[in-house]
Design a protein around this ligand. Structure first.
Ligand SMILES: Cc1cc2nc3c(=O)[nH]c(=O)nc-3n(C[C@H](O)[C@H](O)[C@H](O)COP(=O)(O)OP(=O)(O)OC[C@H]3O[C@@H](n4cnc5c(N)ncnc54)[C@H](O)[C@@H]3O)c2cc1C
Length: 637
């Protein structure tokens, strides 16, 4: 296959690859999994697992890092120059920051997920580039898959090196492989000289790629069509950084297009079993993606403080802007959202640390919810700061104002909705798990590939399951006096209890109505997931507030107020989502989109120059388009 030849796969093949890499078993409990099935098992998250008291070694690291970031890091300069200063990377190495997640016996700091994400939150208050450097290295880079799947020899060879500051990276994406790994075209073939494999291919957007000593690389065997994961030394012959990629934000990240030409990889650098590489990558991302929601919390906390001050300080129309209702409402929602993001991220971390809990849905939910809400919060912060929000720090400083980088925060945060699983892919991932039990029980009936015999054979099992399950989603006591220990918030807990039964019913009804087509009804499925997310976020917020009240936390009353506001907003949103499940313009909108794809609305863009140079939609000079006819060929595939 030539280098730019795209490996075309059918949708069925892509689904099959994704399905084969999916973790199918639910060995441990999951609150969200149960919630999607209409079972509100609050006991799984409440009382939240207690984080052990902060360890002195963690506190020492945290305060040393905080001092380093405050005194020796200039995030505006990192952004402006687009480079990490060498002394910043050296300083991080000296502190041990590259070994936070590496166990102590391998030379790391051995932090728990909660401790690590507390650091990510701190970094999120300062600089997205440093967050990306440390997170790509140890949330998804070599330490994480080696810790989870590596042999003892691999742990001894790689982990101490990484802890000392040998930077690593995770290379899955390729020019034609984004969300759909079935099209992965980097190959690994057995090395004819014996022992290992020979890698060929190109990886795109590898964060840390220009600095990394070690790379985790996913490649496909052309013979078995299965994907394996390898540790590759960046210094090996055949590995070349072809291009340093530059972005709207995160301007200093050392992100690269990397070419592998006949790279010889010894057998001992295979991670886990041969052919299990995609699963390894996905499992790595399961916990790896917990760092993004934590960093988003840090950014939100910083912006809330910026806006609190500015809303008091800035006077327009005779009042501080925070006294104008429109701005006041934004500020109130920012405070409630920040509290909720914090509660969600913290809960997911504690569940990950507790063990015996299947974190994959909660991690995806925390990533999706926090990065989406974090983005809206940044937009509100920019609105509140007005023109100063849009102005760069250098420009603000240049005319004597405090350099507050809201625009930098916005540029840096936008990617959070795209990488480590885009918001759409997180929705699909959660939707798949939300309907999993139904597919297990009734899949044969809705699967068009199954014959009548198989459908009939499945009926007794279906009848047995739904005869008990379905009435149970109607019955249940979600009214007063349940959940009295939540005090004035108890009504919200009861709402979650009722709404999750309704969610399960609606999911089931969706299956009956859409049957095999359900997998294509993304708008329907995404609303189901969004209701689940809202209910999960409400649960995290309510349990956090209750825990603070129970412990007589000095800010318990304020926390209750923020939880109350968050839940009022969320309940309104849940009602809208439930309504839109069955009253919507989904089919009409899809038809319009297909017409846009065919070029039927290309007349709207006539006369433009266009972002990528002259637009193909622009009429050819001297040849006026025929009225009423599309004159543009738009590829539909
Ligand atoms: C700054 C940066 C750093 C990165 N770091 C790394 C890294 O370290 N390692 C690495 O391997 N990769 C990295 N990536 C790649 C990143 O993970 C991908 O950008 C991401 O997976 C999305 O792939 P894509 O951009 O090709 O989008 P595509 O997959 O082409 O998707 C385009 C759009 O379509 C949507 N979409 C796709 N499929 C579906 C579907 N079935 N249903 C609904 N919507 C769909 C997507 O959500 C997206 O909105 C990085 C990217 C950037 C920009």
């Amino acid at each position: 296959m030539s280098e730019r030849e795209v490996r075309r796969t059918s949708e069925a093949e892509s689904m099959e690859v994704a399905e084969s890499a999916r973790e199918k078993e639910w060995v441990s409990a999951s609150f969200l999994k149960e919630l999607f099935l209409g079972s509100f098992r609050l006991g799984l998250i409440h009382p939240a697992p207690q984080a052990p008291p902060p360890r002195p070694e963690f506190l020492a690291f945290h305060s040393a890092l905080k001092a380093f970031l405050s005194e020796e890091v200039d995030p505006a300069a990192i952004d402006a120059t687009g480079e990490y200063p060498a002394e910043v990377i050296d300083g991080l190495r000296r502190l041990g920051a590259f070994g936070m997640k590496i166990p102590r016996e391998y030379g790391g700091l051995g932090f728990t997920q909660s401790e690590y994400d507390t650091v990510m939150e701190l970094l999120g208050t300062v600089d997205g580039n440093i967050t990306a450097l440390l997170s790509a290295h140890q949330s998804i880079g070599v330490p994480q898959p080696i810790k989870m799947f590596g042999t003892e020899d691999q742990k001894k060879r790689f982990l101490p090196r990484c802890a000392r500051g040998a930077i690593s990276a995770f290379a899955l994406t390729e020019p034609d492989v984004g969300s759909d790994p079935a099209t992965l075209s980097t190959t690994c073939v057995p090395d004819p000289s014996g022992g290992g494999w020979v890698l060929d291919g190109t990886k795109l957007w590898t964060t840390n790629g220009t600095l990394a000593e070690l790379l985790v690389v996913m490649a496909r065997s052309p013979d078995t069509n299965r994907i394996s994961a390898f540790v590759v030394e960046a210094s090996w012959p055949g590995v070349t950084v072809e291009h340093r990629c530059r972005f709207m934000g995160l301007r200093a990240i050392s992100n690269a297009l990397i070419r592998f030409r006949e790279v010889r990889v010894p057998r001992e650098n295979l991670i886990g079993q041969e052919g299990r590489g995609l699963k390894i990558a996905l499992v790595t991302l399961n916990t790896g993606r917990l760092s993004l929601p934590a960093a988003a919390v840090g950014t939100s906390k910083s912006l809330l403080e910026v806006c609190r001050r500015w809303c008091n300080e800035r006077v327009q129309w005779g009042h501080p802007i925070g006294r104008h209702e429109a701005v006041a409402h934004m500020l109130a929602d920012m405070a409630a959202t920040t509290f909720a993001m914090d509660a969600l991220s913290d809960l997911a971390d504690r569940l990950a640390d507790r063990g015996g809990y299947d974190i994959r849905l909660e991690a995806a939910a925390a990533k999706l919810w926090n990065t989406e809400r974090g983005w809206r919060l940044i937009d509100d912060a920019m609105q509140i700061r007005g023109g100063r929000g849009y102005e760069t720090e250098q420009s603000l400083a240049g005319r004597g104002e405090t350099p507050i980088g809201v625009e930098r925060a916005m540029r840096d945060a936008r990617i959070n909705r795209i990488f480590e699983g885009s918001s759409e892919i997180m929705h699909l991932f959660m939707a798949r798990e939300a309907v999993d039990r139904h597919l297990q029980v009734a899949g044969a009936v809705i699967d068009p590939r199954k014959g009548t015999g198989a459908k009939l054979a499945a009926l007794p099992r279906i009848a047995a399951f739904y005869a008990l399950w379905y009435p149970g989603r109607w019955l249940g006591w979600g009214r007063w006096p349940r959940f009295g220990e939540f005090g004035q918030l108890a009504g919200h807990v009861r709402f979650v209890d009722r709404a999750c039964r309704k969610l399960a019913r609606q999911t089931f009804h969706g299956m009956l109505v859409h049957r095999a087509a359900l997998q294509r009804r993304q708008a329907f499925l995404f609303r189901i997931v969004d209701v689940g997310l809202e209910l999960f976020a409400m649960s995290a917020v309510l349990t956090r507030a209750q825990e603070m009240a129970a412990r007589r936390h000095p800010h318990a009353a304020e926390a209750t107020e923020l939880a109350d506001l968050h839940c009022r907003n969320a309940r309104r949103q849940v009602r809208v989502l439930f309504g839109a499940l069955w009253r919507n313009d989904d089919a009409f909108k899809y038809r319009v989109a297909q017409r846009v794809l065919r070029g039927e609305h290309a007349w709207l863009s006539e006369g433009i120059i266009g972002l990528g140079g002259p637009s193909p939609a622009a009429p050819v000079p001297g040849r006026e388009p025929e009225p009423g006819r599309a004159h543009v060929d738009v590829q539909t595939s």
